[in-house]
Design a protein around this ligand. Sequence first.
Ligand code: NOJ
Length: 516
Amino acid sequence: MSEPWWKSAVVYQIYPRSFCDASGDGVGDLEGVRRRLDHLAWLGVDGLWLSPFYPSPMKDHGYDVADFCGVDPLFGTLSEFDRLLADCHAGGLRVLVDWVPNHTSDRHPWFVESRASRESPRRDWYVWRDGSPDRPPNNWRAAFTNGPAWTWDEATRQWYLHLFLPEQPDLNWGNPEVVRAMHGTLRFWLERGVDGFRMDVIHCIGKDPALPDVPERVQRIPVSALNDDPRSHALIRGIRGVLEEFPGDRVAVGEVYLLSTQQVARYYGRGDELHLAFNFPPLFAPWEASAWRARIDEVVRKLDPRDAWPTWVLSNHDNPRHRTRYGSEARARAAAVLLLGLRGTPFLYAGEELGLEDAVVSDARRLDPGGRDGCRAPIPWSAAPGHGWAGAEPWLPWPPEAATRNAEALRADSDSILRLYRRLLALRRASPALRLGSFAWLPAPEGVLAWRREHGADRRVVLVNFGTEPAASPVPGAWRVDVSSDGAGEKAPYPGRLAPDQALVMSPSTSAGASR
Ligand code: NOJ
């Protein structure tokens, strides 16, 4: 049986507000994405994940959904979505959409109805609790506000639960009508032909109906990073069943925001829950060999025994970009080699292929209640004024160096980080070992990680020097450099040492070398 497409895919995350504006209002849109598909085809990714584009009051920039089955006019129309999907499929690109099952906007008609009265037929679609107005029902904290995860509704004199903003009330997945309605929203997009979903905080949908306090020692942590109730697993199996009603390998990629790989691993179930789960501990690791080695070992230890396929991600719309975190382009380049050399499905965040840093956002221009504006800066497509965006000043400031660090300029420069990503993606596509092969550590000096990937006759070695000094790192046999993070020495024999912050992918230089 052939492997499902998503195992060997590289998925590219698009935050639609920030990708490209075709309408001229300063906010990216679906038509803007469509017009830039040539960039993705040229780059060589296999699929897209689109962050939310649904009708929304935009309190959390689209993660507060007011209609799961539509497109916000800011982003376009449903027929523009269909056109984008058709063009992606025609070009061989898969499309994942973001699905936000834990909560809705407070403007969603379901919540409006739920809130209207205690007797509303939809009252129980959300989580309401009695109590006195000065004391929330439990000690849970919301994300972003750091306040209680509860808001008092004066009109009906009850509290409602929201793990995020007060404008994002939590759905009650304990109610079978909610389960049915949310399954319906999946079918809506599956019928349109999407290849799968990125499922927002999927570990939060099941909750203990007793809503017990969290232990005092973790009381300051938002409960969205703690909730790990067994009910979620049964609900995810139900969701998986909906995907399986449809032909093709429709994929469920879950955002499991629990900062323990062991906990994340459980969301793969027995091969009957998520196909893929994000695992964030590596994203939060510093740029240090020992830290990365520990995070990778943890993935091997916890996922392999379950036959669970890992994911790898360095950047997304919720965290400072890794170029910013690691502090230099050289490291961002080495990190790209690391990411694309590991065993599992890598997710790229639009703009990392340009080596973008977070934008500096003045107090006056700050918009996000979670302080995440910097990594959501618009993508500069060219050096020209407006950087390839139609018309108006974009909703957030440009990232640093947009005049030179833009897609057009970097595409023309054979030494650029963009060209490095393209070489890595082409190499990965051509190498069964890199896409699907086994993983084994090789001995390496302190500050360096070295591993082997192998599939049938195809063998590769990946080396990453996390250090700021050159490092001798011999690898038995004769090896030839396929791709090097700084472009140095490609196609030449491996000299047995690495430059500071340099990473390499190599193949055996001869078949004799390979078996030595
Ligand atoms: C996780 C998403 O990635 C983030 O952007 C959002 O704010 C929360 N979930 C709430 O939906």
